[in-house]
Ligand binder design. Structure first.
Ligand code: FE2
Length: 381
């Protein structure tokens, strides 16, 4: 048992040496400099969740959080559905503002919002921009517009960092590669993006004619668990978190004195998890990944009793930047704990023989509180 209490229930992450990922050239082409501005513009609206968490909301999380509140106030679900419709209309009519990109998360980290559902991030380094999960090709024009609103150009995008290979995160990778960016993805999802195979789109896109994934033909770089991707003035720590796809990965960065977790489809605000309707999902890997994230450690004191450099203090994340829905500006621990509760429940239901795949956490937790259900039995890993 580790001395640090936070490590009692989860296996500590044996972090590999701080290897600099090879193949990254930081130098700009001659005559090209990065212009920076707008640090104090594009501030997001932040709302408080009923449990006190600060949230950069989108349309759906705004409605979900209100549904949660109404249920705890005693409204029945059919009444809540009607109230939610009214809320939806007020958003449509512009009475309730919802987010519009670009939005500043912290200095040098931006949210690009293209359709109200997809979270695309821009990380500013001294050597150019890192674009995280640029999504579908049709988003590219809006991404470029918003990058320009921040004072940058399309050609400033030097790297595209992918959390996983799904079409809604990675379809435009080849477009950005053709525009001179290097594309980075975990080695287990590498082949999917390199070949456009069925993992990327075939199971995620309903309409067969839309199942389109152009393979990335050049400058595709694989990273692996424990890599530290060195973008010069910004370092990205890779935590491989399989479950949703084999190569799903989360990224830890320290920026503006904040610990930020970029989590793709692995963990969302309030413990929501990624879609599990594919034949290649892995529930056991998923819950292991959530524990791994909870105990993820890259620095700090060595606590191992034999004096070996293995056990480090888990990171206390300040901000959760998922691939969809709301961004948590604090209480990220709660998001991960709720994710572990949901995945524990899912695993237990599946062991009973129920084909249980997915949980909508706002109504799930509201209903459990309202009906005074027993606490969920946690699956420790
Ligand atoms: Fe996904």
């Amino acid at each position: 048992m580790g001395i640090y209490s936070g490590l009692v229930f989860g296996a500590p992450v044996a972090f590999s040496k701080a290897s600099k990922l090879k193949g990254l050239d930081h130098s700009y082409p001659s005559g090209h400099t990065l212009r920076q501005r707008a640090w104090n513009e594009f501030k997001p609206d932040v709302m408080k969740a009923p449990w006190g968490q600060s949230v950069i909301y989108d349309r759906y999380s705004y409605i979900d959080l209100n549904n949660y509140k109404w249920r705890l106030e005693g409204f029945e679900w059919n009444e809540i559905r009607e109230k939610a419709k009214e809320l939806d209309k007020k958003i449509d009519d512009g009475i309730i503002p919802v987010r519009k990109g670009p939005l500043r998360i912290v200095e040098g980290i931006w949210l690009i919002d293209v359709d109200g559902q997809q979270n695309i991030y821009v990380l500013v380094t001294e050597n150019g921009l890192v674009l995280v999960d640029p999504g579908m090709e049709i988003f590219s024009t809006k991404i470029i517009e918003q990058i320009q609103m921040l004072g940058y150009q399309k050609s400033d995008v030097r790297w595209v960092l992918l959390t996983h290979c799904h079409v809604d995160h990675a379809q435009s990778a080849s477009f950005w590669s053709e525009n001179g960016a290097k594309i980075l993805i975990h080695k287990n999802d590498f082949n999917a993006v390199a070949t456009g195979n069925e993992i990327t789109a075939w199971w995620t896109v309903h309409d067969e004619k839309d199942r389109y994934f152009p393979p990335v033909k050049k400058d595709l770089i694989a990273f692996e668990d424990g890599d530290v991707i060195d973008f010069g003035s910004l370092k990205v720590f890779v935590c491989h978190t399989p479950g949703h796809t084999p190569g799903s990965s989360c990224f830890y960065i320290r920026k503006d004195e904040k610990n930020m977790l970029i989590s793709g489809d692995t963990i969302f605000h309030n413990g929501k998890h990624g879609w599990m309707g594919h034949p290649y999902v892995d529930y056991e890997a998923y819950i292991n990944s959530l524990w791994k994230l909870k105990n993820f450690a890259v620095e700090g004191k060595v606590h191992n009793e034999e004096g070996r450099l293995m056990v480090r203090e888990p990171i206390k994340y300040d901000i959760l930047m998922p691939g969809h829905t709301a961004i948590s500006m604090d209480m990220v621990d709660r998001d991960i704990n709720k994710g572990i509760e949901i995945m524990s429940y899912t695993i237990q239901e599946r062991k009973k023989g129920n084909d249980y795949q997915w949980t909508e956490p706002y109504s799930f937790f509201a209903e459990r509180i309202y009906s005074k259900a027993e606490p969920i039995r946690i699956e420790y890993r």
